[in-house]
Design a protein. Structure first.
Lengths: 389, 556
């Protein structure tokens, strides 16, 4: 648990950390965090997979006794176990905790080790999610190796996330790309996972991992042939993607804003100088002139459309932009067919519920991502700046 | 006429493609019916009593022969071989199948037409004076402004989901043929003391269940300020217009409830903010549009043939007396072609008639046609020497009815025969009145009289601004027709007043006959029109005539 003095909610801490993270290198951020008296216990969760050596090496440079949680599902490749022992020894990591599934649960639910054949989600829950949840008890922050370039819902990964209001999840490599990883391996001459040379680029359990062909996505070899792309440890306790999706011109992404939203009434009482990143929710009948004095302090405004056909939010967005608001402007409650309108009125993005994202999938939204084409208003007056993004 | 740029063409084509996709997504379930409804409305597709109805835009009432022929082709291929010209310068197909609509929109796009913003809670197609660019009394041509506003309002991202529909009309003559006082925004082209072009801007006019005359917000608005000012009006309306009750959602109610002073204050305040977005570069587009409306080169020819035909052919003479209007070129005329043949459905034209009109316009009217909000077709630029030939061609197509401005040139909404909102039939009453007065042979004697019929309180038949208005309602399961008197849609705007209890479908036509006979008895002379007589005497003698027998009035 964090020390008592900064009585901040998890959302506020996440927002602060995200703001801090923008100005620091990965190593600096890790270093500050491990020594930050405002933070409680921190653990690194590592699969000892294809790219794990980077974070393990960095952590070891700072503090070799950092707890490292290694999830042994008892279905791993023998090479992974060897690699784990090699790295721990080479980097001098003194607190690697090898976590295995609960014996009783295994006996009850997968006594023949065949669960993965007919229910992969249940297998991941039994062998990964549940043991990890137990192992993370008491930790304030856990560090994961996810990166945005891995695609899927990871595309909009934030540096820090509020995980179910229980702890903070830190993704130090969120902004790294393939070249950064390769350069780090080369510079520090890190040993490779033995399977990498055989075409494995993302390595999980043996039954559900295959090599990746050239040109394929990093994680294409995981659960090949199934729609599954995540094991479940990176979702909420329900084990399903319940989070809202955020649509931008580049397509769907997970919500990278983990700082939470304040009601607009609270703004006068917020210690603005200390609140690193500030997001507010506005009802669509709000008159933004009341916010004039605070506009420059707000990082993100979310305008709520109570119904998609209640167009007041479009005018509110226009008003905010006309009054000089330059931060992020998000709409919530619109349809795919309204994406272009939202962008032209000054919104940067649209937040979509999982239900709507399932019914109106990414291609339907991307069909209106060409919002700058066929724009009569812009054509009449090129100076008519509709969006600052 | 305005010529589509590659930008306009690409836009209309893209919108047709988008709608095709939306129809497919509706069928696949990606869009629910509730979500699909506003999208189809944005593309002019209504669901009426029996079928879908597609309302196609005729921008400010102007079209050429190529477009008119395409409309004829479309009505034959995908509908029942006719179309209905509406009271807002649009054209409606009443029987299209949903799966055909994307093909219809593609066919329209090929001739630079569309159905965009002909319905739904958005800025609707802009309407204007059907005599624009031709009328002798014109001060400035309203069409460049109408086109300018058309472009600005098309797919306007902020105003696609307003509290309610929003209608803008532009007029440029002393005589207000565009009924600007009865629009959400009325723009009258005026010049200030220095001769600079601008607009008188009125807001909050409208008919429907709460008829109101628009109130003037600005006596003079510089042309350069038009778009930011429109942005400001629409922005304020979108923010504070009521959304809790659709009968109180039009801007006329917003204006009424907030008061003219408060509404104006908000608009003027927002205008200052909006003006910062416009740097004047949009005036270049205005100039480009204006050039497209350069008047055609009017030919010179002797008019003796025309004068001889007037003397020799009584049918031609009768047609010319009613159906011609004064053109700015003295040896030309504006010909109004009546779509109100006695006994026919007002505003309906067959595919063959549309093709005939296209041919006539191409040969004798500089390839231009207009549609009036009174549901007639205009040939705006006909040389008088060509009038006899035009008349013969119209006659051959069954389009030579000589009744413009007379009692049988009435306007009527489609009524309960098509519309799911209607509470009474209206076309049967229209046909009955037209036939009755044709039989009495009194039309020409009665003279200028505007009679308008609506089949429900929403007033698509504009009954409030009829000199005589008829409103069809349903009273305990039977149709009841209420008479209003004294309405006027012109520059002397007035809203008609209900005169008393309604009449059943069998009684309404005799009641109108008693009313008109009373007028003939009461007028000072044949030059005193119905409205003048009514204004002079008030409703009392007409009321007596309507609710009592005709003899009493004649005796009085």
């Amino acid at each position: 648990m964090p020390l008592e003095y900064p009585e901040l909610s998890l959302d506020d801490r996440v927002a602060q950390l995200n703001k801090r993270g923008r100005f620091l290198t990965t190593q600096e951020m890790l270093g500050q965090l491990l020594e930050d008296p405002g933070c409680g216990p921190i653990a690194l969760v590592s699969s000892f997979g294809a790219e794990s050596a980077v974070l393990l090496h960095m952590i070891a440079q700072i503090y070799t006794a950092t707890p490292v949680i290694f999830l042994d599902t008892e279905m791993l490749f023998a090479e992974t176990i060897e690699y784990q022992q090699l790295l721990a020894q080479k980097f001098g990591l003194s607190d690697v905790r090898r976590i295995t599934p609960a014996r009783a649960a295994l006996f009850e639910r997968d006594s023949e080790n065949l669960l993965h054949r007919h229910n992969r989600d249940a297998c991941c829950a039994l062998r990964k999610s549940e043991p990890l949840e137990k192992a993370l008890k008491g930790f304030d922050i856990w560090i994961s190796g996810r990166k945005r370039f891995q695609g899927g819902v990871r595309k909009a990964l934030a540096l820090f996330e509020n995980e179910q209001d229980q702890r903070i999840k830190f993704n130090p490599l969120a902004g790294w790309d393939r070249a950064d990883i390769a350069a780090y391996f080369a510079r520090h001459d890190l040993p490779r996972h033995p399977l990498v040379s055989r075409g494995f680029r993302s390595i999980g359990c043996a039954p559900c991992t295959t090599p990746v062909r050239p040109g394929e996505d990093e994680r294409a070899g995981r659960w090949r042939g199934a729609e599954k792309t995540e094991c479940g440890i990176h979702f909420g306790p329900q084990g399903a993607a319940t989070a809202n999706v955020v649509m931008r011109d580049s397509g769907f992404a997970g919500d990278d804003w983990q700082g939470g939203f304040h009601d607009v009434e609270e703004i006068a009482n917020l210690p603005l100088a200390e609140t690193a990143a500030l997001a507010i929710d506005l009802p669509n009948d709000f008159d933004a002139t009341a916010l004039l004095a605070h506009l420059h302090e707000i990082d993100l405004v979310r305008v709520n459309f109570p119904a998609f056909n209640d167009g007041r939010g479009f005018s509110l967005a226009r008003q905010l932009r006309l009054l000089g608001f330059c931060g992020r402007l998000r709409a919530k409650g619109l349809l795919a067919d309204q994406y272009a309108m939202a962008r032209r009125c000054g919104f940067d993005e649209v937040e979509i519920s999982p239900e709507l994202a399932a019914r109106q999938d990414e291609p339907q939204w991307l069909a209106r991502a060409n919002w700058q084409a066929g724009n009569y208003q812009q054509r009449l007056n090129p100076a008519m700046q509709t969006s600052l993004a | 006429m305005y010529r589509y740029t590659p930008f306009d063409k690409a836009f209309v084509g893209e919108r047709a493609a988008q709608f095709r996709d939306q129809v497919e997504r509706r069928i696949s379930g990606a869009l629910s019916e509730d979500e699909f409804r506003p999208l189809r409305l944005m593309n002019g597709l209504y669901l009426l009593l029996h079928a879908y109805m597609l309302r196609i835009v005729i921008p400010y009432g102007t079209l050429d022969s190529r477009q008119m022929r395409a409309l004829a082709d479309i009505s034959e291929r995908w509908d029942k071989g006719y179309a209905h010209f509406t009271t807002r310068q649009n054209i409606q197909l009443h029987w299209p199948a949903l799966r055909d609509v994307p093909d219809i929109l593609d066919a329209l796009a090929r001739v630079d037409m569309h159905a965009i913003q002909s319905s739904g809670p958005c800025i609707r197609a802009i309407t204007s004076d059907h005599f624009a660019g031709a009328a002798a009394d014109e001060v400035d041509d309203p069409r460049p402004t109408a086109e300018f506003v058309r472009q600005w309002s098309t797919d306007h991202p902020e105003f696609a989901f307003l509290p309610r529909k929003f209608k803008i009309a532009v007029s440029g003559s002393g005589a207000d043929r565009a009924a600007t006082s009865f629009h959400d925004i009325g723009l009258k082209l005026v010049r200030n003391g220095k001769g600079a072009p601008g607009y008188e801007v009125s807001v909050g006019g409208g008919l429907g269940r709460t008829p109101m005359i628009g109130k003037v917000l600005r006596r003079f608005l510089h042309r350069e300020d038009l778009l930011p000012y429109l942005e400001a009006i629409l922005h304020v309306y979108n923010r504070i217009g009521r959304r809790d009750n659709k009968y109180k959602a039009r801007v006329k109610i917003t204006l009424h409830e907030n008061g003219l002073a408060e509404f104006t204050r908000r608009v003027e305040e927002n205008f200052l903010l909006q003006a910062t977005r416009f740097d004047g570069s949009e005036q270049a587009e205005f100039a480009r549009i204006e050039a497209d409306f350069t008047p055609p080169v009017f030919k010179e020819a002797p008019v003796e043939g025309f004068e001889r035909a007037l003397r020799q052919d009584p049918l031609f003479r009768s047609f010319c007396e009613t159906n011609l209007a004064r053109h700015k070129a003295p040896d030309h005329a504006i010909v109004t072609v009546s779509l109100k043949a006695h006994g026919a459905t007002p505003g309906d034209a067959s595919a063959a008639q549309m093709r005939a009109l296209a041919d006539i316009a191409q040969q004798w009217s500089h390839d231009e046609l207009r549609v009036s909000h009174e549901q007639n077709i205009i040939l705006p630029h006909v040389h008088k020497a060509d009038l006899p030939a035009v008349f013969q061609a119209l006659r051959a197509a069954g389009l030579s009815t000589a009744n413009i401005g007379l009692i049988s040139d009435l306007i009527a909404c489609p009524g309960m025969d098509y519309c799911d909102l209607a509470t009474a039939r209206s076309t049967n009453v229209a046909q009955g009145i037209a036939k009755r007065f044709d039989a009495l042979k009194l039309e020409h004697d009665i003279g200028h009289l505007k009679l308008k019929i609506s089949g429900c309180i929403n007033a698509c038949g504009h009954h409030h601004i009829g000199h005589i208005g008829i409103l069809g309602l349903e009273k305990s399961g039977v149709e009841s027709y209420q008479i209003t008197l004294g309405g006027d849609g012109s520059e002397n705007a007035a809203i008609g007043k209900p005169i008393g209890p309604g009449f059943g479908p069998e009684q309404i036509i005799p009641a109108i006959e008693r009313l008109v006979m009373a007028y003939l008895a009461l007028r000072e002379d044949a030059d005193e029109g119905f409205l003048t007589t009514y204004r002079r005497l008030g409703p009392a003698p007409f009321k007596t005539a309507i609710y009592h027998s005709g003899e009493q009035i004649n005796a009085a």
